[in-house]
Ligand binder design. Structure first.
Ligand code: HEC
Ligand code: HEC
Ligand code: HEC
Ligand code: HEC
Ligand code: HEC
Ligand code: HEC
Length: 272
């Protein structure tokens, strides 16, 4: 059972959505071996950041799991004992995934350790209160009641444990059109932790930096923003390889125009 949570929660598959989770969960109930293979496989393809393939795989799995479920008796996930099967997802202002089974089945917590305090047994209540924020977590409320570095890992560490980075590229068009940033390269490929950029260098909200008049090459050369690392030591210097970060107007148009197509992946390499 751990495999499934490890696979879903950030470690391997960063780009899951519910349509993907549902069939996989069913599948794991019935065929562990096939599940593990698919888990590995989907981990690899998630690197490609390609929704198209994910969707294909999800469809494939749906079909397979249907077949498997019809053939074998399944040991169903016990909602009564472990709470809702699918993760609870908040996406305002940033995406968070909460898994019941990690907390109940794996960590052995009782329902009453979270319901009715600090959480109502109804999705959305905490969010609507407006009080579900990092500040209240740091004060020991909500998730912070346990995620304090004592009962469970602290809320000011392991950001990626609770937050998934955006799959889409971040593109700035001010002051020049356009500069592009890939999360997955920086986190998966180059192994950077979220807090090497958040929240000191960058806010966890796209478009924030470009509102500042200081989001310029001069600041980068002084070691701010991307220049914190792109200084010729930690990563290639900001006064070199202009076209790696800058995709220009053409690259911008292509990115925006084709954003929903599957060829999207290779494009900025060719933009100049
Ligand atoms: C570690 C904390 C935690 C534990 C333990 C826990 N829950 Fe939850 N549960 C939550 C959170 C967080 C929510 C979402 C509340 C919100 O959005 O305001 C939730 C929501 C729910 C919901 C509403 C789902 C929906 O779609 O509206 C149900 C039902 C539920 N829990 C049942 C259970 C049961 C049954 C158990 C024990 C087997 C349990 N929970 C244990 C944290 C927990
Ligand atoms: C234990 C889980 C958990 C961890 C660990 C965690 N967060 Fe959060 N974070 C949340 C929840 C829950 C919210 C509120 C719901 C939402 O925004 O979707 C949130 C919201 C946020 C927000 C939105 C604005 C705000 O301040 O509430 C930012 C920014 C943020 N987190 C940054 C971080 C960073 C940076 C780290 C690592 C240093 C981190 N988080 C670690 C659970 C976590
Ligand atoms: C009642 C205590 C409690 C509360 C409240 C709680 N957690 Fe946890 N959580 C735990 C424990 C215990 C573990 C397992 C030990 C660890 O990972 O440090 C855990 C583990 C986790 C993990 C690690 C999952 C993995 O793959 O190993 C995540 C992510 C997480 N919690 C998120 C949250 C979020 C988000 C909230 C708030 C919505 C929350 N937790 C509220 C106790 C709690
Ligand atoms: C190398 C730097 C870097 C690292 C590492 C990094 N981020 Fe980001 N992140 C950014 C930048 C830059 C932005 C856009 C900020 C802006 O436009 O001002 C951003 C924005 C975001 C946003 C907001 C997206 C939106 O559409 O509003 C989220 C959520 C986020 N990051 C989550 C994460 C998580 C989770 C991790 C760790 C797994 C992470 N980031 C690691 C640089 C980074
Ligand atoms: C916390 C450190 C850090 C920050 C901040 C950072 N980067 Fe990087 N970046 C790296 C590392 C490490 C590499 C990989 C080593 C290299 O290519 O020199 C890299 C590589 C890249 C690459 C090459 C990707 C490829 O195609 O292989 C681009 C483009 C890039 N970063 C853009 C940016 C932009 C734009 C920003 C600011 C929004 C930024 N980075 C901020 C550390 C960082
Ligand atoms: C590590 C990524 C990176 C590299 C490398 C890079 N830039 Fe930039 N550049 C940025 C970011 C981020 C901005 C601010 C966002 C925007 O304008 O879209 C910017 C803005 C600019 C601007 C407008 C603001 C200003 O400073 O006047 C110019 C002009 C510019 N870059 C030229 C260059 C040239 C020429 C090179 C190569 C010698 C280069 N850049 C290399 C990331 C980079």
């Amino acid at each position: 059972m751990r495999c499934i949570t490890e696979c879903f929660l950030h470690e391997r598959v960063r780009s899951v959505d519910e349509s993907f989770i549902e069939p996989l969960t069913l599948l794991q109930g019935s065929n562990n071996y096939l599940y593990t293979v698919l888990c590995e496989f989907s981990g690899r393809i998630s690197d490609m950041n390609n929704r198209f393939i994910i969707t294909c795989v999800a469809t494939f799995i749906s079909v397979t799991s249907l077949a498997v479920n019809n053939g074998y008796a399944t040991n169903e996930y016990d909602v009564q004992a472990f709470g809702p099967k699918n993760p609870i997802i908040w996406d305002t202002p940033v995406k968070v995934e909460f898994s019941h089974r990690v907390h109940t089945e794996d960590a052995g917590l009782e329902c009453s350790s979270c319901h009715g305090e600090p959480f109502a047994m109804q999705r959305g209540v905490a969010m609507r209160s407006g009080k579900l924020t990092m500040t209240s977590l740091a004060e020991g409320k909500y998730c912070g009641m346990c995620h304090d570095g004592d009962t469970a890992f602290a809320s000011d560490t392991n950001c990626a444990g609770c937050h998934t980075p955006p799959e889409e590229r971040i593109v700035w068009s001010k002051p020049v059109k356009a500069v592009v940033f890939h999360h997955q390269l920086h986190t998966d490929e180059y192994g950077l932790e979220c807090d090497s950029c958040h929240n000191e260098v960058f806010a966890m909200k796209s478009g924030t930096a470009e509102q500042s008049p200081f989001f310029t090459m001069k600041s980068l050369y002084k070691g701010q923003y991307c220049g914190k690392c792109h200084d010729g030591e930690t990563a290639f210097a900001s006064n070199t390889l202009c076209n790696t970060c800058h995709i220009g107007k053409k690259g911008y148009n292509r990115l925006m125009g084709n954003a929903s197509h599957s060829q999207e992946n290779n494009k900025e390499k060719s933009g100049h």
